[in-house]
Design a binder for this molecule. Sequence first.
Ligand code: E4P
Length: 219
Amino acid sequence: MKFFIDTANLDEIREAYDLGILDGVTTNPSLMAKEGITGEENVRAHYKTICDIVDDKVSAEVISTDYEGMIREGKELAKIDDKIVVKIPMTKDGIKAIKYFSNAGIRTNCTLVFSAGQAILAAKAGATYLSPFVGRLDDISFDGLQLIEQIVHIYRTYEFETQVLAASVRHSMHLIKCAEIGADVVTCPLKVITGLLNHPLTDSGLAQFLADHAKAAGK
Ligand code: E4P
Protein backbone atom coordinates (compact mmCIF):
# COMPACT_ATOMS: atom_id res chain seq x y z
CA MET A 1 0.00 0.00 0.00
CA LYS A 2 1.27 3.46 -0.87
CA PHE A 3 1.18 6.47 1.48
CA PHE A 4 0.40 9.89 0.04
CA ILE A 5 0.26 12.99 2.24
CA ASP A 6 -2.80 15.20 1.77
CA THR A 7 -1.47 18.74 2.15
CA ALA A 8 0.08 21.67 0.31
CA ASN A 9 2.22 22.58 3.35
CA LEU A 10 5.90 22.24 2.43
CA ASP A 11 7.13 21.65 6.02
CA GLU A 12 4.66 18.79 6.48
CA ILE A 13 5.63 17.26 3.12
CA ARG A 14 9.34 17.48 4.06
CA GLU A 15 8.67 15.94 7.49
CA ALA A 16 6.76 13.00 5.97
CA TYR A 17 9.41 12.56 3.28
CA ASP A 18 12.18 12.55 5.91
CA LEU A 19 10.44 9.63 7.62
CA GLY A 20 11.33 7.63 4.51
CA ILE A 21 7.86 6.19 3.97
CA LEU A 22 6.22 8.77 1.70
CA ASP A 23 5.17 7.78 -1.81
CA GLY A 24 3.44 10.94 -3.00
CA VAL A 25 1.30 14.00 -2.34
CA THR A 26 -2.30 14.98 -2.98
CA THR A 27 -3.57 18.55 -2.85
CA ASN A 28 -6.87 20.23 -3.56
CA PRO A 29 -7.91 23.87 -4.08
CA SER A 30 -8.86 24.23 -0.40
CA LEU A 31 -5.44 22.96 0.75
CA MET A 32 -3.67 25.33 -1.67
CA ALA A 33 -5.82 28.25 -0.44
CA LYS A 34 -4.97 27.33 3.17
CA GLU A 35 -1.29 27.92 2.33
CA GLY A 36 -2.19 31.24 0.65
CA ILE A 37 -1.13 29.98 -2.81
CA THR A 38 -3.08 31.85 -5.49
CA GLY A 39 -2.48 32.93 -9.09
CA GLU A 40 -1.36 30.60 -11.89
CA GLU A 41 2.35 31.40 -11.63
CA ASN A 42 2.47 30.85 -7.84
CA VAL A 43 0.43 27.67 -8.09
CA ARG A 44 2.74 26.24 -10.74
CA ALA A 45 5.84 27.22 -8.74
CA HIS A 46 4.39 25.62 -5.60
CA TYR A 47 3.66 22.35 -7.40
CA LYS A 48 7.21 22.37 -8.80
CA THR A 49 8.63 22.82 -5.28
CA ILE A 50 6.53 19.88 -4.04
CA CYS A 51 7.68 17.72 -6.97
CA ASP A 52 11.30 18.53 -6.11
CA ILE A 53 10.81 17.30 -2.52
CA VAL A 54 9.20 13.90 -3.18
CA ASP A 55 10.17 10.90 -5.34
CA ASP A 56 6.77 9.95 -6.69
CA LYS A 57 3.33 11.24 -7.72
CA VAL A 58 1.91 14.71 -6.95
CA SER A 59 -1.81 15.28 -7.61
CA ALA A 60 -2.60 18.80 -8.85
CA GLU A 61 -6.29 19.67 -9.20
CA VAL A 62 -7.88 21.65 -12.04
CA ILE A 63 -10.12 24.58 -11.14
CA SER A 64 -12.06 24.59 -14.42
CA THR A 65 -15.36 22.74 -14.48
CA ASP A 66 -15.93 22.67 -18.26
CA TYR A 67 -14.30 20.10 -20.57
CA GLU A 68 -12.22 22.56 -22.62
CA GLY A 69 -11.00 24.35 -19.50
CA MET A 70 -10.03 21.07 -17.80
CA ILE A 71 -8.06 19.97 -20.88
CA ARG A 72 -6.24 23.31 -21.16
CA GLU A 73 -5.48 23.48 -17.44
CA GLY A 74 -4.59 19.77 -17.12
CA LYS A 75 -2.09 20.02 -19.99
CA GLU A 76 -0.42 23.02 -18.30
CA LEU A 77 -0.26 21.18 -14.97
CA ALA A 78 1.17 18.04 -16.59
CA LYS A 79 4.00 20.13 -18.12
CA ILE A 80 5.25 21.17 -14.65
CA ASP A 81 6.92 17.83 -13.88
CA ASP A 82 6.74 14.13 -14.77
CA LYS A 83 5.45 13.43 -11.26
CA ILE A 84 2.24 15.44 -11.76
CA VAL A 85 -1.08 13.61 -11.78
CA VAL A 86 -3.97 15.76 -13.04
CA LYS A 87 -6.77 15.70 -10.48
CA ILE A 88 -10.22 16.01 -12.02
CA PRO A 89 -13.62 16.13 -10.31
CA MET A 90 -16.21 13.39 -10.85
CA THR A 91 -18.57 15.18 -13.26
CA LYS A 92 -19.77 14.52 -16.81
CA ASP A 93 -17.13 16.88 -18.23
CA GLY A 94 -14.61 15.40 -15.80
CA ILE A 95 -15.17 11.88 -17.12
CA LYS A 96 -14.72 13.12 -20.70
CA ALA A 97 -11.51 14.88 -19.67
CA ILE A 98 -10.21 11.73 -17.91
CA LYS A 99 -10.84 9.77 -21.11
CA TYR A 100 -8.96 12.43 -23.11
CA PHE A 101 -5.96 12.37 -20.77
CA SER A 102 -5.97 8.58 -20.63
CA ASN A 103 -5.72 8.46 -24.44
CA ALA A 104 -2.97 11.10 -24.30
CA GLY A 105 -0.94 9.11 -21.74
CA ILE A 106 -1.40 11.72 -18.98
CA ARG A 107 -2.11 10.32 -15.49
CA THR A 108 -5.32 11.38 -13.72
CA ASN A 109 -6.83 11.22 -10.26
CA CYS A 110 -10.63 11.28 -10.28
CA THR A 111 -11.69 13.13 -7.13
CA LEU A 112 -14.87 13.72 -5.11
CA VAL A 113 -16.05 10.14 -5.50
CA PHE A 114 -18.87 9.01 -3.21
CA SER A 115 -20.44 5.97 -4.92
CA ALA A 116 -19.57 2.69 -6.63
CA GLY A 117 -21.35 3.88 -9.78
CA GLN A 118 -19.00 6.86 -10.01
CA ALA A 119 -16.05 4.51 -9.45
CA ILE A 120 -17.12 2.29 -12.37
CA LEU A 121 -17.42 5.30 -14.71
CA ALA A 122 -13.97 6.61 -13.75
CA ALA A 123 -12.36 3.20 -14.33
CA LYS A 124 -14.10 2.85 -17.70
CA ALA A 125 -12.74 6.30 -18.65
CA GLY A 126 -9.21 5.15 -17.75
CA ALA A 127 -8.49 7.11 -14.55
CA THR A 128 -5.09 6.24 -13.06
CA TYR A 129 -6.34 6.84 -9.51
CA LEU A 130 -9.80 7.03 -7.97
CA SER A 131 -10.33 9.08 -4.81
CA PRO A 132 -13.36 7.98 -2.75
CA PHE A 133 -13.73 10.29 0.30
CA VAL A 134 -14.02 8.10 3.38
CA GLY A 135 -14.33 10.77 6.10
CA ARG A 136 -16.83 12.94 4.25
CA LEU A 137 -19.15 9.93 3.85
CA ASP A 138 -18.77 9.15 7.57
CA ASP A 139 -19.63 12.83 8.25
CA ILE A 140 -23.10 12.30 6.75
CA SER A 141 -23.61 8.93 8.49
CA PHE A 142 -22.69 6.72 5.52
CA ASP A 143 -19.98 4.06 5.81
CA GLY A 144 -16.93 5.39 3.95
CA LEU A 145 -14.89 2.24 4.51
CA GLN A 146 -17.69 0.07 3.16
CA LEU A 147 -17.52 2.07 -0.09
CA ILE A 148 -13.76 1.40 -0.33
CA GLU A 149 -14.44 -2.33 0.15
CA GLN A 150 -17.13 -2.32 -2.54
CA ILE A 151 -14.94 -0.51 -5.08
CA VAL A 152 -11.90 -2.74 -4.39
CA HIS A 153 -14.13 -5.78 -4.98
CA ILE A 154 -15.53 -4.41 -8.26
CA TYR A 155 -12.11 -3.33 -9.57
CA ARG A 156 -10.52 -6.71 -8.71
CA THR A 157 -13.46 -8.62 -10.27
CA TYR A 158 -13.09 -6.83 -13.60
CA GLU A 159 -9.31 -6.33 -13.37
CA PHE A 160 -9.64 -2.56 -13.81
CA GLU A 161 -6.21 -0.92 -13.71
CA THR A 162 -7.44 2.18 -11.87
CA GLN A 163 -5.90 2.33 -8.39
CA VAL A 164 -8.13 2.92 -5.37
CA LEU A 165 -6.73 5.96 -3.54
CA ALA A 166 -8.63 6.20 -0.25
CA ALA A 167 -9.01 9.93 0.50
CA SER A 168 -10.45 12.00 3.33
CA VAL A 169 -8.78 9.56 5.71
CA ARG A 170 -9.04 11.27 9.08
CA HIS A 171 -7.49 8.93 11.68
CA SER A 172 -5.22 5.93 12.10
CA MET A 173 -8.05 3.37 12.23
CA HIS A 174 -9.33 4.62 8.86
CA LEU A 175 -5.85 4.03 7.45
CA ILE A 176 -5.44 0.57 9.00
CA LYS A 177 -8.90 -0.52 7.79
CA CYS A 178 -8.08 0.72 4.26
CA ALA A 179 -4.94 -1.44 4.38
CA GLU A 180 -7.00 -4.48 5.49
CA ILE A 181 -9.53 -3.92 2.71
CA GLY A 182 -6.81 -3.65 0.08
CA ALA A 183 -6.86 0.02 -0.98
CA ASP A 184 -3.89 0.63 -3.28
CA VAL A 185 -3.09 4.05 -1.81
CA VAL A 186 -4.14 6.08 1.22
CA THR A 187 -3.85 9.85 1.36
CA CYS A 188 -4.11 11.60 4.72
CA PRO A 189 -2.76 14.47 6.83
CA LEU A 190 0.67 14.18 8.50
CA LYS A 191 -0.89 13.62 11.92
CA VAL A 192 -2.59 10.43 10.70
CA ILE A 193 0.73 9.05 9.45
CA THR A 194 2.64 9.97 12.61
CA GLY A 195 -0.30 8.70 14.70
CA LEU A 196 0.63 5.19 13.55
CA LEU A 197 3.80 5.49 15.63
CA ASN A 198 1.96 5.74 18.91
CA HIS A 199 1.29 2.98 21.42
CA PRO A 200 1.35 3.42 25.22
CA LEU A 201 3.08 0.05 25.67
CA THR A 202 5.90 1.22 23.39
CA ASP A 203 6.33 4.34 25.55
CA SER A 204 6.21 2.51 28.89
CA GLY A 205 8.37 -0.36 27.55
CA LEU A 206 11.06 2.04 26.38
CA ALA A 207 10.98 3.96 29.68
CA GLN A 208 11.43 0.65 31.55
CA PHE A 209 14.33 -0.48 29.33
CA LEU A 210 16.14 2.84 29.85
CA ALA A 211 15.50 2.81 33.61
CA ASP A 212 16.81 -0.78 33.92
CA HIS A 213 19.88 0.12 31.87
CA ALA A 214 20.61 3.18 34.04
CA LYS A 215 20.17 1.15 37.24
CA ALA A 216 22.56 -1.59 36.05
CA ALA A 217 25.10 1.05 35.03
CA GLY A 218 24.84 2.54 38.55
CA LYS A 219 23.51 5.89 37.37
C1 E4P B 1 -8.46 14.14 -1.42
O1 E4P B 1 -7.64 14.12 -2.28
C2 E4P B 1 -8.82 15.31 -0.63
O2 E4P B 1 -7.79 16.27 -0.78
C3 E4P B 1 -8.92 15.06 0.84
O3 E4P B 1 -8.51 13.75 1.19
C4 E4P B 1 -10.16 15.55 1.47
O4 E4P B 1 -10.09 15.31 2.86
P1 E4P B 1 -11.08 16.03 3.87
O5 E4P B 1 -12.45 15.47 3.67
O6 E4P B 1 -10.54 15.69 5.24
O7 E4P B 1 -11.02 17.50 3.56
